[in-house]
Design a protein around this ligand. Structure first.
Ligand SMILES: NC(=O)NCCC(=O)O
Length: 385
């Protein structure tokens, strides 16, 4: 399994394919070509000085007679944890705040309207360890914890909606922890929060030791720049999870993630993209980068020797559009900001072509699922003997 030495699929294709083949391969792999977005020189220089990748693309929609284009710029941030996992908790959080502040500054220079960070962005992804301290100390109030206050400042300063996926401690309701994304309006107001609905129990993803499945359903947030939802990481393997955000009207669904190459790299380009196609919406897949080492060895009951790291977080963040096209991914090995311009009119335009909302047999599925979820359900198999 490749680590940082293999930069990206795109770079590999570009290196090895003659231009005519590359064009055809990209057409098949990525759909209609996304145009590169012209980004300000000052932003490119600041990204280079800050040692992170900056890429920009744009998805176009047809001009309509009665509706103006609904153009929005989203910013996807992928990053390493700047300090080692055994540094003091407060130092790790503040180093991450500083890193994100720098990247958000560049996002603002690129005209970003909605920015989203990676899953549990204020901490190392320590859920592999199953240890409680110090990792539970990274949890904060979603409403007024230091990270939310930090994001409110960013939102106000840059007139930007901020999606902040973090470990939540709900002190009002039994001090319970949740894997949450806080959505902060461009005015700086906390618009609300959403919680991870599906908790992995695979490999070293021992997250159920920390929090339960979310209890807030599938909220969609009406922002000044469009209706958005957040399907946190492992939720992307559940098509019905995407569907429910879409049924509630999401035009853009963010998928902040933390996932490693050995487990999911071959699924990564497919799942969020398929969700964009199936639900006539834009999806934004964000993954963290690098390898995180933990002070103590851990095992996960899967026969592997005790180890101190999770594996390689392969970045590769990208945006997919309702017409099935997608941007190239950010690299597998660098911090990065992907700025993508979307015309939200494309959601309805593709809906009118493919009609998945119209042809979806929701009432039939609802009836059959209600039956299938009963303990005495007997699967509808017809057989000769
Ligand atoms: N963070 C998380 O849910 N990871 C699970 C692994 C995956 O879904 O690829």
């Amino acid at each position: 399994m490749s680590g940082p030495e293999w930069e990206s699929l795109e770079q590999c294709l570009e290196k090895h394919l003659p231009p005519a083949d590359l064009r055809e391969v990209k057409r098949v792999l990525y759909g209609k070509e996304t145009r590169r977005l012209c980004l300000p020189t000052a932003a490119l220089q600041a990204a280079s000085a800050g040692d992170f990748e900056l890429q920009g693309y744009t998805f176009e929609a047809a001009r309509e007679q009665l509706r103006q284009p609904r153009t929005v710029r989203v910013g996807l941030v992928q990053n390493r944890t700047p300090l080692p996992a055994d540094a003091p908790v407060a130092n790790q959080v503040s180093a991450l705040h500083r890193r994100i502040e720098t990247i958000a500054e560049v996002a603002a220079m690129c005209g970003t309207n909605i920015i989203c960070f990676q899953e549990a962005w204020t901490m190392p992804f320590a859920f592999c360890t199953r240890e409680k301290l110090p990792w539970t100390e990274f949890a904060e109030s979603a409403e007024d914890g230091p990270t939310t206050r930090f994001c409110q400042k960013l939102a106000r300063k840059h007139d930007m909606v901020v999606v902040s996926p973090m470990l939540e401690r709900d002190a009002t309701h039994g001090d319970v922890l949740w894997n949450t994304a806080v959505v902060i309006s461009n005015s700086g107001t906390v618009l609300g929060k959403t919680r991870k609905n599906h908790i992995p129990r695979v490999g070293d993803f021992n997250e159920s030791s920390y929090y339960m499945e979310g209890n807030l359903g599938h909220p969609v947030f009406q922002t000044r720049f469009g209706r958005i939802a957040v399907n946190i990481c492992y939720g992307r393997h559940h098509p019905l999870n995407w569907l429910m955000y879409s049924i509630n009207g999401a035009e853009i669904i963010f998928n902040p993630s933390a996932t490693i190459g050995a487990l999911s790299e071959s699924l990564w380009p497919i799942e969020a993209r398929n969700a964009a196609i199936a639900n006539h919406c834009f999806t934004c897949a964000i993954n963290r980068v690098g390898q995180e080492h933990f002070p103590n060895e851990f095992t996960s009951g899967d026969g592997k020797k005790a180890h101190q790291d999770f594996g390689y977080f392969y970045g590769s963040s990208y945006v997919a559009s309702p017409d099935g096209s997608r941007t190239p991914g950010l690299s597998r090995n660098r911090d990065g900001l992907l700025v993508v311009e979307l015309d939200l009119n494309l959601c309805r335009q593709v809906n009118d072509i493919w009609n998945f909302k119209m042809t979806g047999r929701y009432e039939m599925y609802a009836r059959e699922l209600a039956e299938a979820a009963k303990p005495n359900y007997s699967p509808n198999i017809i057989q000769e003997f």
